[in-house]
Write a protein that binds this ligand. Sequence first.
Ligand code: FUC
Length: 832
Amino acid sequence: MSKRQSNLASILLSFLFCILSPIHVLAQSSTLMKLWYVQPAKQWVEALPIGNGRLGAMIFGNPCKERIQLNEITIWGGQPHRNDNPGAKEALPIVRQFIFQGKYKEAQDIANQKFISHHSHGMPYQTAGDLHLFFPGHENYTNYYRELNLETAVTTTIYTVNGVQYKREAFSSFPDQVIVFRLTASKPGSIHFTATLSHPAPVRISTEGNDQLIMSGITGDCDSIKGAVQFQVHAKIVVEGGSLSATDTRLIVTNADMATLYISIASSFKNYNDISESPEVKANTNLQNALKKNDEQILRDHITDYQRYFNRVSIELGVTDAVNNPTPVRIERFAKTDDPQLVALCFQFGRYLLISSSRPGGQPATLQGIWNDRLYPPWDSKYTVNINTEMNYWLSEPTHLSEMNEPLIQMIRELSETGKQTARMMYDAEGWVLHHNTDLWRITGPVDGAFWGMWPMGGAWLCQHVWEKYEFNGDGEYLKSVYPILKSAVEFYLSFLIEEPRYQWLVVCPSVSPENAPAIHSEASISAGTTMDNQLLFDLFTKTIKAAKILNVDKDLIQRIEKTLKRLPPMQIGQWGQLQEWIDDWDSPNDHHRHVSHLYGLFPSNQISPYRTPELFAAARTSLMARGDASTGWSMGWKINLWARLLDGNHAYKLIQDQLSPAILPNGKQKGGTYPNLFDSHPPFQIDGNFGFSSGVVEMLVQCHDGCIHILPALPDAWRTGRVSGLRARGGFEILNLAWENGALSELVIKSHLGGNCRLRVYCPVQVKENVVLRPIRKEKENPNPFYQVPKIKKPLISKKAKCTPGPLRQSYLYDLSTEPGKTYTLIPSKI
Ligand code: FUC
């Protein structure tokens, strides 16, 4: 089909659409995987995000004044720099002494002076500005509709003015590295508009010929660091019919049949240490390459590329009449209506956002993915690694988007280099260390203030992702390439740990239980040997030992780690039966802090299990009950995962209801919840909640951390019948189909990519269709599959006052299936 023919076809379709209105027919008939609206976006959190991992845009869909807010992932304030406070080395023994004497405030005061950076608290991720399109006479429009189609990653806006139907489509192409914005109309010659660029900081805007806008700028200063990243935005218009003209800063399109804008953005960023790239050459090269193709071809290649990832997983949780409402109405009504499809949509929206904000070769998703309209966004929209960055990637492996965590792994690789200087300079220690924040420049020193920043555990947590990628994919070459990162992180802690004088345990000191302080000294969070630190070290140590054994290296190191492991503090159950957050029994049942760091051992880690550690399982439940449900967006996202791990599907679903409640209240105030464009609200917008949500839905349907693949571990009553396909489990298993009816498993199809024993936990007896042996396992015992080895946890210390009664567990059935690589196995409930 030629461009003109396809244009005519789309006009015909649009005409049919006009006749067939009401609008919801379009929304429902084609696909359920859409966010749709009957009004333009008034505010940023109503606009629709598109992205290719590097280039992002928010599309407002306003008929008379279109706003396309732009981003490019390497446009950050500042320039390459370090932020280590050299005073730490000398102050370390004093701070430790104060902490061990219980003088927490004094210790924290010194840490503020001698440990926290006075130079840089990390640089901000900055907007690339806006493209504005002005359409004279389009103030009075009818039949308005806009959508984001998650199946194609294209936004569409449709409306009518004076009997002419106008259509705008936008997408961000990964193969062609441009954003495309296409305008068509039902009547030839009806497209007239003016285009210009703007930016909140001083920039230079010019035109080139009569069809191209160019904006050049330099990023902003922050703390004591001068902004030095140069960037350019190139926007080129191609028209069919009509004419194009230009002023100094504007392009004018008159009487066109169709117009397409190609937006290319680039910066001088080469890597965290080098900003010598030419933004002009890069932006221009990408633009010229894209222009060699026609826009239909770019669109087709975009959809093929995107669907390669998106189509790997599909989900059905049931469809009700609620889907006939625009997206914001569904959010408003979610708690009171039966709308399981909204959960399916949000689950897939999380996958959409990850594919659109984190691509191999690029940067990891920030606190806002790649979507930010400010120069100085909340928390700089950087990488907060005491929960947020990790949460961004929880969904990547189980929802079959392993490629998308490559930017995270690459960032960890780089941090393992920059963090060596911090370890040496601040602590005179081996290995690498990272505190609670980092940015494009891979800073690793502590920031913000000791209350928040005095946490040398960022590396330990990120290393779990390095290992997890191996656990899901089983790629030995990959493990070999990342092993030095794990080893060097271990080396840091082996030289940094210190003996706690009362118990003689080896502890991290100074540290914090992220951002929380016990009620008894609420002004100081600084501490030693917090529960989360111990859990993180347990994981880092045991996983590094496993990696070294698989690679058959470092026998001496393994021995050293094993010795140290024995001396880590055990988990402790405190006086009200809770899992202790700190080394002392300081927890208050009235503490509703958003961080639930000590529950890291329950999720994402697998140290706490209903089958292996029933007392700790009960204690974790007591702690989570006390912490409460409603909180910031990401906290609720974490709690969905936690309640799923507690095998309580209805409580997990309650958190889903809390998270899918409107973030903007009728009085204009904001709370944790969901914005009209489905962005998660801390408040403000923070993308971790979206990603945590998708991960939570997986944890409700399939878990694979506790020695087996656990099928439907936390199915809520609200999802009676459903189906999911394409999820991945550790050890290279792929769940090709998991279907359930009336709350019970009806079919399970598993593909084995690596072979090995597949142990299943199900809630009804099953049989396998293929001619293979399915062995029932009568007693909980070790799974011979190395990817399913479970951690051996130290016995917890339990307070005499604690009542710790693990509840009864629902009866489950365990089976072993010996699988071959490449083969598929179908299980159904057995007839007996
Ligand atoms: C952590 C959280 C905050 C926020 C910030 C970006 O510091 O405690 O709630 O999410 O990261």
